[in-house]
Design a protein around this ligand. Structure first.
Ligand code: NAD
Ligand code: 0WE
Length: 274
């Protein structure tokens, strides 16, 4: 039996909402490889969803409440982590939020308040989490956040979230330089679309899934488990040479320059159905 990749490693996963969450795919992969997890959830409503998931892990996780819109909440979450463990080896940031009503229409109509809120929750929270994680990773470690291709190219309705993800990817590079000298690696995974809570209520999401399945190199969608195993690679000693990187886990969709001709009729069906 090979040594589990995360044996003896401890870390925090931020952004678990339910069993569909990308954070849950990551938690399961890390758990399978022997990691000891701390899990933060946004509020009491989600605590009810997170508790039964926590019970499925091999090592009982530390459960912490953390609302990233409130710096006092973030500070207290990391204080509790420091008091319990003293140090951590990894951090996973899987948090994004924007006003649902502005995930449609024109990006230029985004309000000042929603711009600030979206950047705050989806980008600043990552930098702040890195700040508090830094002293807990004095002897090295690894950070992973989640991004989406809407940062690189314009995708309908992703709107100001695309702008926030572009900022997040830049933040990954700056944090990687900041934390490199203490042996901390910082990377992002750019996931293909997954039907999670954060994707629910997004108009045409089902069509988007079809479109990605038909036009990606692998001709299928990806799963949270696949994101989990990629995160395991980046967070474990498999990833020791990798930092400041944005790794696409998207069935290769991002390399495509034109939709697949052989699927053109099916694409039309997908777009015109319903
Ligand atoms: P999800 O709804 O399961 O997770 C989003 C999480 O963000 C939730 O746990 C929610 O509680 C948390 N959150 C929002 N506001 C918060 C706040 N103020 N304080 C603390 N937590 C807060 O959805 P998901 O799709 O798993 O999203 C996780 C990450 O993956 C996000 O960064 C998202 O942008 C990214 N992502 C998602 C997809 C997709 O298609 N689902 C694709 C690529 C990247
Ligand atoms: O990053 C995301 C999700 C972003 C998101 C989703 C919501 C829905 C509920 C941020 N804020 C909210 N606020 C809500 O109230 N993804 C990558 C998934 C996603 O969201 C989209 C997508 C994809 C893909 C929105 C529009 C178009 C495509």
């Amino acid at each position: 039996m090979l040594k589990p990749l995360m044996e003896g490693k401890k870390g925090l996963i931020m952004g678990l909402a339910n069993d569909k969450s990308i954070a849950w795919g990551i938690a399961q992969a890390l758990n399978e490889h022997g990691a000891q997890l701390a899990i933060s959830y946004q509020n009491e409503a989600l605590e009810k969803r997170v508790k039964p998931l926590a019970a499925q892990l091999d090592k009982e996780p530390l459960l912490l409440q953390c609302d990233v819109s409130d710096s006092a909440s973030v500070e207290s979450c990391f204080k509790k982590l420091a008091d319990e463990w003293g140090k951590i080896d990894f951090l996973v940031h899987a948090i994004a939020f924007s006003d649902r009503n502005q995930l449609r229409g024109r990006t230029i109509d985004t309000t000042r308040d929603n711009f600030a809120m979206t950047m705050n929750i989806s980008c600043f929270s990552f930098l702040e989490a890195c700040k508090y994680a830094s002293p807990l990773m004095a002897d090295g470690g690894a950070v992973v956040t989640l991004t989406y291709m809407g940062s690189e190219r314009v995708l309908p309705n992703y709107n100001i979230m695309g702008v926030a993800k572009a900022a997040l990817e830049a933040a990954v590079r700056y944090a990687a330089m900041d934390m490199g000298e203490q042996g901390v690696r910082v990377n992002a995974i750019s996931a293909g679309p997954v039907k999670t809570l954060a994707a629910s209520g997004i108009g045409d999401f089902r069509k988007m899934l079809h479109w990605n399945a038909l036009n990606s190199a692998l001709e299928r969608n990806i799963t949270p488990e696949e994101v989990g195993y990629a995160a395991l690679g980046l967070l474990s000693d498999c990833g020791t040479g990798i930092t400041g990187e944005v790794l696409h886990v998207d069935s290769g969709y991002h390399i495509q320059g034109m939709l697949r001709m052989k699927n053109i009729d099916r694409d039309v069906e997908v777009l015109t159905e319903g």
